[in-house]
Design a protein around this ligand. Structure first.
Ligand code: TXA
Ligand code: MG
Length: 370
């Protein structure tokens, strides 16, 4: 596995970027930074290249990949012409952390990318290195997050190294990523309306502020019938897309994901009740000799006693929690946490995506307190 820049801490040169792009264009697998998380890229037109991505990650092959482009002109030949709503979404949010599920042009990308669907998920990342790399490679770049399947997504080049060294052609190090959680996956749900299939970097509030109606895909199992209420209480985020019995429209949502090795549990609700519940459970587990981690926030971490207490950013600025979540989950692994209790956060703004990833990392072991 090559690494650019070859000297740690040095600036990425044009020659190095071109070398990475040439490897991509020749069918290699190259990890690169985006504004959300690191992606593992391959030429989306080449089934052999895309196959290498699935193999390196150990990813189930029925989970389709996002195709990354560097300019609107790359949509030609890739998807059917965008409707007005899709065009407005792209104009407003690209480059940026919004992935649009669009109607694919048959034969435009490998069927391994779309997992046989007649749609293709497309996004234009808001990251200079990613855009330059895609442009230099001269092809649409299929890229899932550059982690071993099921592990927390990589927000720094060293995370990619930990998971995939020796399994991929190269890693472009562009420093830590910005948003820290994956893009929002969405599709047009009628004129002026957008359906969120996976919450992410672009929030429902931002979509609404841009004049779009927003629907959330999840049917809240055992939750509220009123989708707006469900959204406000975050039950959608907790259930993930598709409640029991409903086929998820974004296939990736059905897998255990983003998880640390220790078994995680998520507790959400009024702050004092959450604190008391987590502390009691942690005390009991430690009484049985287990090594216990607690994931809290800057405002709440000091109140806990456990083997490993980590603050993942601030409740007052959930963007900071989004930025550090995956690195914090990896740190629990490094420090040998066997059981982890995580505090929930309000599902507002980026908090919706955070709660979604936390509940996925908890494998659905979620306790909602009133
Ligand atoms: O921020 C991101 O989106 C990162 C960076 C690297 O761009 N990528 C990423 O890819 O998160 P991945 O493979 O980890 O997640 C792709 C998600 C999955 O949930 C997948 O099911 C969904 O996008 N997806 C892909 N194609 C789709 C399609 N045609 N229809 C519905 N969902 C699709
Ligand atoms: Mg992923």
């Amino acid at each position: 596995t090559k690494r650019w820049p070859s000297q740690e801490g040095a600036a990425l040169t044009e020659a190095e970027l071109n070398e990475a792009a040439a490897l991509l264009a020749a069918g290699g697998t190259v990890a690169f930074p985006t504004e959300t998380v690191y992606g593992l890229g391959a030429d989306a037109r080449s089934s052999e290249a895309v196959e290498q991505v699935f193999r390196a990650k150990g990813r189930p092959s029925d989970n389709p990949l996002i195709v990354h482009i560097a300019g609107m002109e790359q949509l030609v030949g890739l998807v059917r012409p965008l409707n007005e709503t899709e065009l407005r979404l792209a104009e407003r949010f690209w480059p940026g952390p919004l992935t649009l599920v669009l109607r694919a042009l048959p034969g435009s990308v490998s069927p391994r990318v779309t997992a046989g669907l007649d749609t293709v998920a497309v996004r234009m990342p808001d990251h200079e290195v990613a855009l330059r790399l895609i442009r230099a490679a001269g092809c649409p770049v299929a890229a899932p997050s550059a982690n071993r399947s099921g592990r927390p997504s990589p927000t720094a080049a060293r995370h990619v190294q930990e998971d995939l060294a020796g399994r991929i052609s190269g890693i472009v190090d562009g420093g830590p990523t910005g948003v820290g959680l994956e893009s929002t996956v969405a599709e047009c749900a009628g004129p002026g309306s957008v359906r969120i299939l996976r919450p992410g970097g672009v929030t429902p509030e931002q979509l609404r502020a841009a004049g779009f109606d927003v629907q959330l895909e999840a049917a809240p199992a055992g939750g509220h019938a009123d989708p707006e209420l469900a959204f406000q209480t975050g039950r959608d985020a907790l259930e993930g897309a598709g409640g029991p019995g409903s086929a998820p429209r974004s296939p990736g949502m059905k897998y255990a994901h983003y998880a640390p090795r220790g078994e995680m549990r998520l507790v959400a609700g009024p702050r004092e009740r959450v604190r008391a519940t987590i502390q009691a459970a942690a005390d009991e587990a430690r009484g049985h000799g287990r090594r216990v981690g607690i994931l809290a926030y800057e405002e709440t971490a000091d109140a806990y006693r456990a083997d490993i207490v980590l603050a993942c950013g601030s409740l007052a600025a959930l963007e900071t929690a989004a930025q550090s979540l995956y690195a914090v989950l990896r740190e629990f692994d490094e420090r040998g946490a066997e059981l982890i209790w995580a505090e929930g956060c309000p599902p507002d703004g980026i908090g919706l995506a955070l709660m979604n990833r936390l509940s996925k990392a908890a494998g659905g072991r979620v306790e909602l307190l009133d």
